[in-house]
Design a protein around this ligand. Structure first.
Ligand SMILES: O=C(O)[C@H]1O[C@H](OP(=O)(O)OP(=O)(O)OC[C@H]2O[C@@H](n3ccc(=O)[nH]c3=O)[C@H](O)[C@@H]2O)[C@H](O)[C@@H](O)[C@@H]1O
Length: 433
């Protein structure tokens, strides 16, 4: 303490610190300098200690964070859950990795596969494009059927490889994607991230594992873009996308061709036509129309120029699931190994639609009847934000090769959706978004 006081007594400015010549003064000066040096070292030492401690605690916390991440991604318990979920329980069953398993189509397909005895492992990043609690509820539903969903991103190649190390998946049902036509103007990079980079990352891993799985993946009716020739046939032109979403799905079809051509991956793209039903997506019109009609809010109904009808080939989820399973069942094996192709492999694209387009205004009338509430219709011009005027599938190819035959009309399908909606959201009291 006294020494500290002494240091405090050293004049702080150079001007006040005079060199003195007498031996006594010189001695005093040396001793003061020695003390100053000593305490400077002590001071610097303390600072260094402080810096070292804080940086090492940073390293420790980074490590613990990393190890947390690793523990949620790894460990014997985690691997056991994966193996149990992917375990095949029927003769000639598949082991399927379903990406986007907490999504609308992903949940239904995973449950159907599990029901018939296939092994299923889900993968989903649970992003917040729409209410993640709905995704969590779907996850809980799947968990009850024995399907485990790994929480992770399709862009995480190391994770994908790890999953293939644990399970030699025979098939990948790749449904993870950034969906939605209009949102592409708000967040274009999310479409590139999921629908292009993510697809490439899935295919990169699939091409390098041994044996290579067969892949079925979600394309979209939106690839037909501004085409006016109806109904849409698979071989029709797809070079006029009206949204970035459509453009990324079209790019996906090109990417699928490349991986099939170079690496012998068996690839099937399914062009879904406006899929709807229970556990659906809250960003889709039929879903938020229901919510807004119940709340008494007005709903924007798009209309083409000159009062032209805007229509969609709405397709019920159960029909889509049948199409997905049939695509898996008819998928041939990939022909490559170790990243090399050893012969031509299957490359397919199918329309999965309903073949009966319904005007959006009729969709609203059906909802009004089912909800017993009159909608506040706000008819407005079809905005130039990615929507096309109509979609209409020709499904003869899928009928011939997959045995695909949709059986649910919009009235019947919406009835099931509304029943689910009312029970899930407690008669519209709870917000859906
Ligand atoms: O099948 C497809 O290819 C696509 O189907 C849907 O896209 P979309 O058909 O546009 O479905 P919604 O967004 O639910 O729109 C349905 C209809 O309602 C109309 N709509 C939408 C929103 C609105 O406020 N008002 C309105 O009249 C749209 O123009 C469209 O005709 C999905 O959102 C896409 O992810 C999917 O790829």
């Amino acid at each position: 303490m006294s020494q500290l006081m002494h240091i405090d007594n050293i004049p702080s400015t150079q001007g006040k610190f005079k060199m003195e010549k007498s031996p006594y003064h010189r001695q005093r000066l040396y001793s003061s300098l020695a003390k100053l040096t000593f305490w400077s070292f002590v001071f610097i030492g303390l600072i260094l200690m402080f810096l070292f401690r804080s940086s090492s605690s940073q390293v420790t916390s980074d490590l613990s964070r990393r190890s947390l991440r690793t523990s949620s991604y790894g460990g014997p318990v985690w691997e056991k859950r994966i193996k149990a979920s992917a375990k095949i329980r029927s003769k000639n069953g598949f082991s399927v990795l379903v990406t986007g398993a907490a999504g609308f189509v992903g949940t239904h397909v995973s449950a159907a596969l599990k029901r018939r005895g296939d092994g299923v492992l889900g993968l989903d990043n649970f992003n917040d494009y729409y209410d993640p609690s709905l995704k969590r509820a779907r996850q809980a539903l799947l968990e009850r059927t024995g399907v485990y969903i790994v929480e992770g991103d399709i862009n995480d190649v190391a994770l994908l490889k790890k999953l293939f190390d644990i399970v030699a998946f025979t098939h990948v049902m790749h449904l993870a994607a950034q969906a939605g036509v209009r949102y592409a103007m708000e967040n274009p990079s999310s479409y590139v991230h999921s629908n292009i980079a993510g697809l490439v990352s899935v295919l990169e891993v699939c091409k390098s594992v041994n044996p290579q799985p067969a892949i079925v993946w979600a394309s979209s009716s939106s690839v037909y873009g501004l085409n006016t020739k109806v109904p849409f046939l698979e071989r029709d032109r797809t070079d006029q996308p009206a949204s970035l979403y459509a453009a990324t799905k079209k790019a996906g079809e090109g990417i699928a061709h490349t991986y099939n051509h170079i690496y012998g991956l068996s690839l099937t793209g399914l062009r879904f036509f406006t899929v709807y039903g229970p556990w659906g997506r809250p960003d889709m019109a039929y879903f938020f129309f229901t919510q807004d009609i119940l709340k008494g809010k007005s709903i924007p109904i798009f209309e083409a120029p000159n009062h032209g009808t805007v229509a969609r080939d709405f397709t019920y989820i159960d029909d889509i699931v049948k199409g997905c399973l049939a695509a898996l069942d008819t998928a041939e094996k990939s022909t490559g190994s170790g990243g090399k192709k050893s012969g031509p492999a299957q490359l397919r694209v199918y329309n999965l639609g309903n073949t009966s387009p319904v005007p959006v205004s009729d969709l609203v009338s059906i909802l009004e009847r089912l909800l017993k509430v009159k909608a506040k219709r706000l008819v407005m011009k079809l905005p130039r934000n990615g929507d096309v005027q109509f979609t209409h599938a020709n499904i003869s190819l899928a009928q011939r090769e997959l045995g695909y035959k949709p059986t649910t009309d919009l009235q019947t399908g919406l009835k099931k959706f509304v029943r689910w909606y009312l029970s899930y959201y407690g008669h519209g009291k709870k917000s859906a978004l």
